[in-house]
Design a binder for this molecule. Structure first.
Ligand code: ACM
Length: 689
């Protein structure tokens, strides 16, 4: 229990006697900078009204209207107020929103707010209307329930973000993400106070924006999957309405095959080029030694600079020379490029990329844009007015900050790696012991979760982004001291369900995908297995099987979700069981319940597998789960009765566990390590109890 929980519980129980304990629990994510519960809460009924006063952009009125609808939707209350209008006369209301000025959707804009809930009124006060949007989301999350209905607990919140740049990258290239996917994710971002959509728009596998200046880019480089300029404007406006900046990324000079399909004269090696269908790092790269490249980029970036109003513009810059073998082959083999380097005293490919970056920087500066790039663009020769986004390690972020660059952290926020939520959550961009001066610390702008899209489709992308990204949002908004992992998971489950309000599919598509896999059969036994499976991690998936952009993303591995909740609960229960001294406790009962269900599941699932060939690949996983669950039950019984199992049993059981730990169908059982602990305990002379 951290300090704010203590304040909460102490004060809350005095203000609202009779509430069940779970209703008293704090459910905010991100946790506000300061919060104290006191006094009476505000009870909601159909007379609830909302009023906006002060100076705010039009977006505050439409946002407030949407909040009213969401509140109505959550409570079933028929509020009489229809729309919140600027023209509404002054006066009183249940919720009074005051904004002192219209906020600019720009880096560093004031997003702070104060929210006070008393028994008679809710007051939301913000320096800008963007702060008011953030405060409205906090208020919605505060909604609580007791035997008498819905209420907002009595609270005083003074809140402001820790970092000004809190982003989510969506890769719309590896798999195209239609506008509605982007929009529902923008809504979810606003719900957890993220404020930057980093939109990855060009890649080897696709060029995703309509260009009127160079139309062959989208005509030949996209397979027909691109955003029309009107759609881009629509998304940028949708984001702005939610206080979210849109930073486009056009990745150059590498990751650029799709450009070269249309304009091979930009390339460093002779074509022809085809839109890439595979995943990986590829040789095609723009030619930095010809003026044609810069003329082209100048015209194209000029067009895009108009389309994307944010001052920040991402040029990628990653993976030209890849550690572990990939060299800038097309540069090395091009005689003109080699001669150019010699003539200009450029010693190596890093220097050549720095030259290219300086030229691109000049172009972007001419359009009043600030250049952002991945950590590969960090080079002594680049002026300091660019932003470095660190992905290969956090060292580059620190080094960049020391060199005087502003920087962003994405290393540790690669949600496509399918790491558990707590791994991302505890990844602080600016830990207290980071060796940076006060001035250098100011260079750390924040961070971004990165949703690379090799292994997601519009059907599955939400389940890779959410709910884990809500925990990253908290890391980037809340004070450094907010690090209670158990409490994060408790709140995450609540927030995850609330996010469905925006049409996100991360929860509901799970059953939908399982239904399809079951081919009409009962999904219960399949769900029992997939509940404890996760996709293989980091880059393993693409290494185990040759994927293309048209491979199916509908298998068990795609239904399986990161940080499998049931498996996590089992692991926790095992830890509790092994450290507790009482026998027959709650943890033991839960473990036995899980293990019995898993032991018996295979028989039922087998029937389904027999009629659903798509499930054949996980048959042996199911069998292994059954087998090790049986062993787990034997272990629990031994531990409970203090009866040591013979070494031969331990040895054989551990061999079964090892077998069960092998991924099948690119998914892995997430209960194996806990099972191993039970078995080792059962065979140990030093039984805990
Ligand atoms: C990256 O993941 N190549 C930025």
């Amino acid at each position: 229990m951290n300090s704010f929980h203590r304040i909460f519980l102490l004060t809350f129980f005095t203000c609202c006697p009779g509430l069940p304990a779970q209703d008293a629990a704090i459910r905010l994510m991100p946790v506000p900078a300061q919060m104290a519960f006191s006094g009476q809460g505000f009870r909601l009924d159909e007379s609830f009204t909302l009023k906006v006063s002060g100076v705010g952009a039009d977006r505050l009125y439409s946002y407030a209207t949407r909040v009213l609808r969401r509140l109505s939707g959550r409570t079933g209350l028929f509020f009489s107020q229809d729309f919140i209008r600027k023209s509404d006369s002054a006066g009183s209301a249940s919720l009074m929103i005051k904004s002192k000025k219209e906020g600019q959707v720009l880096l560093g804009e004031d997003e702070s707010y104060t929210l006070v809930v008393s028994d008679s009124v809710v007051i939301l006060d913000a320096a800008t209307d963007l702060g008011a949007l953030r405060g409205l989301e906090t208020l919605l999350q505060l909604l609580s329930v007791d035997g008498n209905g819905y209420f907002f607990p009595g609270v005083r919140i003074v809140d402001t973000p820790r970092f000004p740049w809190r982003g989510l990258l969506i890769d719309a290239c590896r798999h195209f993400m239609p506008v509605e996917v982007v929009k529902r994710n923008l809504d979810a971002m606003a719900a957890v106070k993220l404020n930057v959509l980093h939109w990855h728009l060009s890649e080897d596998q696709g060029f995703r924006v309509e260009s009127k200046v160079y139309p062959k880019l989208h005509e030949l480089g996209s397979d027909g999957f691109y955003y029309a300029q009107a759609q881009i404007k629509d998304v940028v406006d949708y984001a702005e309405q939610r206080g979210i900046r849109v930073v486009p990324e056009f990745d150059v000079p590498g990751h650029a095959t799709s450009w070269l399909v249309a304009y091979p004269e930009l390339a460093s090696a002779p074509g022809p080029y085809m839109v890439e269908r595979k995943w990986g790092i590829f040789y095609p790269v723009l030619n930095p030694a010809t003026e044609f490249t810069y003329t082209f980029l100048s015209r194209f970036f000029g067009e895009m600079a108009q389309l994307f109003p944010d001052p920040y513009f991402h040029i990628g810059g990653d993976e030209i020379e890849h550690e572990g073998g990939h060299e800038a082959k097309h540069w090395n083999e091009n005689a003109d490029i080699q001669a150019f380097m010699q003539k200009n005293g450029i010693a190596d490919n890093a220097g050549l990329q720095a030259y290219f970056n300086r030229r691109v920087l000049e172009i972007l500066t001419g359009f009043d844009k600030i250049m952002v790039g991945w950590d590969e663009i960090l080079h002594e020769d680049i002026p300091r007015n660019i932003v470095i986004q660190s992905w290969r390690g956090r060292d580059s972020m620190t080094r960049a900050a020391q060199m005087g660059y502003r920087s962003l952290l994405s290393n540790g926020y690669y949600i496509d790696h399918i790491s558990p939520t707590d791994f991302h959550y505890l990844n602080d961009p600016l830990p207290a012991d980071l060796p940076l001066s006060e001035q250098e610390r100011k260079n750390i702008l924040g961070g971004e979760a990165t949703m690379w899209a090799e292994f997601v489709s519009p059907e599955t992308i939400d389940s890779r982004i959410w709910p884990r990204t809500a925990a990253i949002a908290e890391r980037l908004w809340s004070p450094r001291s907010v690090t209670d992992v158990d409490d994060m998971y408790r709140r995450l489950e609540i927030i995850s369900l609330q996010l469905e309000e925006h049409g996100l599919t991360h929860e509901k598509n799970y059953d939908m995908l399982l239904r399809r896999l079951a081919g009409g059969g009962d999904i219960a036994p399949l769900k029992t297995l997939v509940d404890v499976l996760e996709p293989v991690k980091v880059y393993t998936r693409g290494r185990q099987k040759a994927y293309t952009s048209h491979s199916p993303l509908t298998r068990v591995v795609d239904a399986a979700r990161p940080d499998a909740k049931v498996a996590r609960r089992f692991r926790k229960a095992v830890d509790r069981f092994l450290t507790s001294t009482a026998s027959g406790d709650e943890a033991e009962r839960r473990i036995v319940e899980y293990l019995s269900r898993w032991r018996d599941n295979h028989l039922r699932l087998q029937e389904l597998i027999a009629v659903s060939p798509i499930l054949a690949e996980i048959g042996s996983l199911s069998e292994d789960l059954s087998k090790i669950s049986h062993l787990g039950l034997e272990a629990v019984s031994s531990i409970s009765q203090q009866k040591k199992r013979p070494d031969s049993w331990v040895k054989q059981s551990l061999a079964s566990v090892k077998q069960a730990s092998k991924p099948r169908g690119q998914a892995e059982l997430m209960v194996v390590a806990a099972m191993e602990k039970l078995i080792i305990s059962a065979g140990s002379m030093q039984l805990q109890r």
